[in-house]
Design a protein around this ligand. Structure first.
Ligand code: SF4
Length: 312
C-alpha cells in the first residue's frame, strides 16, 4: 500500500471525536505517590475556570454525548469540594452519558459521598494501590490509608445497599514491584465488598518515571490507543498529546480559542496518522520513545453486585 492509500484508509476509520476525554478540573494534589510525576511537574497548578469547563462539556454534549468524560487528570478533584459536584451535575444536565471521576479517596467523607451520589456521577474509581497500610504508605506518601479505605467501603455500602445504580465503584491498583505481592489479596478483599477491581500496569508517564515492567522492545509496537481514541485537556485549556502528557510536552491547541473537535481533526489527527502508519520516528520525541502504549488495556474484574458500564 502506498503512502497516499494508507492515509485514505486512515481517513475512513479515523474517529470524528475522541471516545474518551480527560479534563483537568484541578492540577492540585495532596499526595506524592511514587509512580506519579505530579511532585516534579513544573507547570503551574491551578483550577479550571468554570466558563472553560462549561464550554468543553457543552461541545461534547452537542457532538458526542456518549464520549466518556473524566473530570480529573493531574490532580485530586475532591480538593475542589462542592465545586466538583456542581461540575459533574452540570455535565449530566447538559446531556453527557458517561461522567467519570478518579480519586485517591483521602477526602471521601460522608459529605463527599453524598455529593458524588447526588451529582449523577456514572463511574467512580478509587486508586488505592495496596491492601496493607505498610505498602500503601510506601506507595502513597501523604495519604491516609484508614480514611481512604473507610470512605471507599462506605460509598460501596451505600451504592449497593441503597440500590443506587450509579456511580459504579471501581477500586484500582497500578501494579509495580512494591505491590504486586498484594494483587490477589487486593482482589479478594475488594471483590468481597462488591467493588469492580481494576489492575493497570505501572505507567512511565512518557519516560518520566522508571517502569521496568514495560518492555523496551518496540519492534511490534502498535498505534497507541491513548493517541487514537482519547484526548486530554489541562486546566488552562491546553489540549496535549495524550493522557500521559502531564507536563504539556506537546500542545496541540487551546480550548479558550478553539473547539476540541477542531484540534482533534487537525493537530491531533496529524499525530494519529503518524501512529496509524507506524511512522513513530516522526512523532514528537517523547512520544516516539514512549513505552506507555503498553498500559492502555487494563485488567477489569466485574462485580456481581454492580451493573457495569462499557469501559469499566
Ligand atoms: S506513545 Fe506515549 S506519549 Fe505517545 S500517545 Fe501513546 S501514551 Fe502518549
Amino acid at each position: 500500500m502506498g503512502l497516499e492509500d494508507a492515509f485514505l484508509k486512515f481517513d475512513e476509520i479515523d474517529l470524528r471525536f475522541p471516545t474518551q476525554l480527560v479534563i483537568e478540573t484541578t492540577a492540585a494534589c495532596n499526595l506524592r505517590c511514587i509512580m506519579c510525576p505530579h511532585k516534579s511537574m513544573s507547570r503551574r497548578k491551578g483550577n479550571m475556570d468554570l466558563r472553560l469547563y462549561m464550554k468543553i462539556v457543552k461541545e461534547v454534549a452537542a457532538i458526542a454525548p456518549n464520549c466518556e468524560v473524566w473530570v480529573t487528570f493531574m490532580g485530586e478533584a475532591l480538593l475542589l469540594k462542592n465545586t466538583i459536584f456542581g461540575m459533574i451535575q452540570y455535565a449530566k444536565e447538559v446531556g453527557l452519558k458517561r461522567v467519570v471521576l478518579n480519586s485517591n479517596a483521602t477526602y471521601l467523607n460522608n459529605a463527599a459521598i453524598e455529593g458524588l451520589i447526588e451529582s449523577g456521577l456514572d463511574r467512580f474509581l478509587v486508586s488505592l494501590d495496596a491492601v496493607s497500610k505498610k505498602t500503601y504508605n510506601l506507595i502513597r506518601p501523604g495519604g491516609n490509608f484508614e480514611a481512604s479505605v473507610r470512605g471507599t467501603e462506605e460509598i460501596l455500602r451505600r451504592v449497593i445497599s441503597e440500590k443506587h445504580l450509579r456511580p459504579t465503584v471501581t477500586v484500582q491498583m497500578s501494579v509495580m514491584d512494591e505491590n504486586e505481592h498484594e494483587q490477589e489479596e487486593f482482589k479478594r478483599y475488594w471483590s468481597e465488598r462488591g467493588a469492580i477491581v481494576k489492575f493497570r500496569p505501572k505507567c512511565s508517564w512518557a519516560g518520566s518515571i522508571e517502569a521496568q515492567n514495560l518492555s523496551t522492545d518496540q519492534t511490534q509496537r502498535p498505534p497507541c490507543r491513548w493517541a487514537m481514541e482519547t484526548a486530554a485537556i489541562h486546566y488552562n485549556g491546553d489540549v496535549v498529546t495524550c493522557v500521559v502528557d502531564y507536563e504539556g510536552f506537546y500542545k496541540a491547541g487551546n480550548i479558550w480559542q478553539r473547539s476540541l473537535q477542531d484540534i482533534w481533526l487537525t493537530e491531533l489527527k496529524m499525530l494519529r496518522s503518524l501512529q496509524y502508519n507506524k511512522n513513530f520516528g516522526e512523532l514528537p520525541d517523547f512520544c516516539a520513545h514512549c513505552l506507555d502504549w503498553q498500559t492502555a488495556s487494563p485488567i477489569v474484574i466485574p462485580s456481581g453486585r454492580q451493573v457495569m458500564m462499557p469501559r469499566n
